[in-house]
Design a protein around this ligand. Structure first.
Ligand code: SAH
Ligand code: SF4
Ligand code: F3S
Length: 478
């Protein structure tokens, strides 16, 4: 994606753009499904639920689109260019279907509700459209589509969390996995389409979350990332199935949930995403500090360093509030890494507002950042009420300025690591060399080192000998 600092690649359309092909080699049924994934980690995690639902229907996954009887594209609406990429891909699959008329093509995820008419009727690109809360209806929709009818279910739910479905791990390294702990978002940031595509916020029963973490650990996984759009508002009332009717009943909040998952095993690392500055409590930070296996890394999206713009974004905090949260992190966990998301050129953003973002970035000195130009999204408050009045040139220039500052900070941070020794969880072979492994420190920094006798899933100690702004190089120590 053009508006992204290359070094910060994660599986996340909101933050990068690689489509991820899905593969599972352990099942042997007849029909083949090919799932292509766009968007954030939540979408990736949803595709694993979809794979689980359809495996029970006799499908197996394939990584070759040409072998597939069913092609599913899990879509993202976060910025206009995310949607454009998906539309281009669907045009390509439509051509494939001309050669193979029995092929069924379906759209999943965040574009479903917004684009269903275009997809099914106007451009007739696909056979099935399914929204994020309707994946249980996929088997019946596939049946309808195979009888030649267009099949659609984009209903959003207030309860669906797929709590008891065991996801099929796709494209897995066998070491790290995602666990969805909640769905939807109630925050209504004025630029953001997510509340419209994913509906109301709801938390998942913590007992099912802990069970999933135990199962993953037993299968050899050594790191779980707890996912939600705003994990700090996780809330589950044990006695009333999550709907808070009586505050005197025992309630599990995010700090409590982390405490529960941290106790699965000291050998299981825990990460989470995304924290919201308005809701992140000291209690959460203290739980993190208490448990060595909760990784010392927080992604805390600021979006802008100017209080007026933050207000217009409806983020629910000021610059001062945000900096107070950063101070709390540094006080409670001095070694904690911090990353952020930034939007340049939001409605009415002046040069002075933009300078506030630059100065905040310098002050916080982030380990890394995901940076975007503002892209107006349909139905959002900003689209309805504010003018998208910053020119494309200004948005792009401001983005470059933001990226330049981040590159400096990332390099400085990495240089500080040189000479120190870190515990690293090995994730796999380095892309550049089969003699090297890569893994991450608790602070989420990527480290490359000679493999010795080690393998993915091992914890090793590595002394850092060199770095770029993106990665650390090191050598094993005993
Ligand atoms: N729930 C998370 C963010 C999810 S979307 C949070 O509140 O932090 C991931 C990132 O995409 C956002 O943090 C924001 O920086 C960016 N983003 C969202 N909508 C956007 C838009 N309309 N234009 C540009 N970037 C956007
Ligand atoms: Fe979007 Fe805001 Fe919700 Fe994040 S918290 S998903 S930015 S509405
Ligand atoms: Fe995209 Fe939906 Fe995630 S819009 S960023 S896939 S929640």
């Amino acid at each position: 994606m053009e508006d992204l600092l290359g070094q910060n690649k994660v599986i996340d359309e909101s933050r990068q753009g690689e489509a991820t092909m899905m593969k599972n080699e352990n099942s042997h049924p007849k029909k083949k499904m090919y799932i292509e994934n766009y968007g954030c980690q939540m979408n990736f995690s949803d595709s694993e639920i979809v794979a689980s639902i359809l495996t029970k229907e006799g499908y197996e996954t394939t990584d070759k689109e040409t072998d597939a009887d069913l092609i599913l594209v899990n879509t993202c609406s976060i910025r206009e260019n995310a949607e454009t990429r998906v539309m281009n891909r669907l045009g390509h699959f439509k051509k494939t279907k001309k050669q193979n008329p029995g092929l069924i093509i379906g759209v999943l995820g965040c574009m479903a509700e917004r684009m269903r008419e275009t997809l099914l009727e106007k451009e007739k690109l696909v056979d099935i459209v399914v929204g994020p809360d309707a994946y249980r209806s996929l088997p019946s929709l596939i049946e309808e589509a195979s009888e030649g009818r267009k099949a659609v279910n984009v209903l959003l739910s207030r309860e669906e969390t797929y709590a008891e479905i065991s996801p099929i791990r796709l494209s897995s390294n066998g070491v790290t996995a995602f666990i969805s702990i909640m769905r939807g978002c109630d925050n209504m940031c004025s630029f953001c389409v997510v509340p419209f595509t994913r509906g109301r916020e709801r938390s998942r029963n913590p007992e099912t979350i802990v069970k999933e973490a135990h199962e993953l650990f037993a299968q050899g996984f050594r790191e779980v990332t707890l996912l939600g759009q705003n994990v700090d508002s996780f809330r589950w009332n044990m006695s009333s199935k999550g709907v808070i009717k009586d505050e005197s009943l025992p309630t599990v909040n995010f700090a409590g949930l982390m405490e529960m998952v941290a106790q699965v095993s000291p050998e299981l690392r825990i990460r989470f995403s995304t924290s919201h500055p308005k809701d992140m409590t000291d209690e959460v930070l203290e739980v993190m500090a208490r448990h060595e296996n909760i990784c010392k890394y927080i992604h805390l999206p600021v979006q802008s360093g100017n209080t007026d713009i933050l207000e217009k974004m409806n983020r629910g905090y000021s610059r001062e509030w945000y900096l107070n949260r950063i101070a709390a992190i540094n006080r409670i966990m001095p070694d904690c890494a911090i990353s952020t998301d930034i939007i340049t050129g939001f409605c009415s953003e002046t040069e002075a507002n933009h300078q506030d973002t630059l100065s905040l970035m310098k002050e916080v000195d982030y380990d890394f950042a995901f940076m975007f130009k503002y892209s107006e999204r349909p139905r959002t408050l900003a689209e309805r009420k504010f003018e998208d009045d910053v020119t494309e040139e200004d948005k792009a220039r401001r983005l470059q300025e933001v990226i330049a500052i981040q590159q400096e900070s990332s390099l400085k941070r990495n240089k500080n690591h040189v000479g120190k020794t870190f515990e690293v969880l090995v994730e796999g072979l380095s892309k550049r060399s089969r003699e090297h492994l890569f893994g991450r420190t608790t602070q989420n920094a990527v480290v490359i080192f000679e493999k010795g006798n080690h393998k993915p899933g091992d914890y090793v100690h590595v002394k850092i000998t060199g770095c770029s702004s993106a990665t650390l190089q090191g050598e094993l120590v005993n």
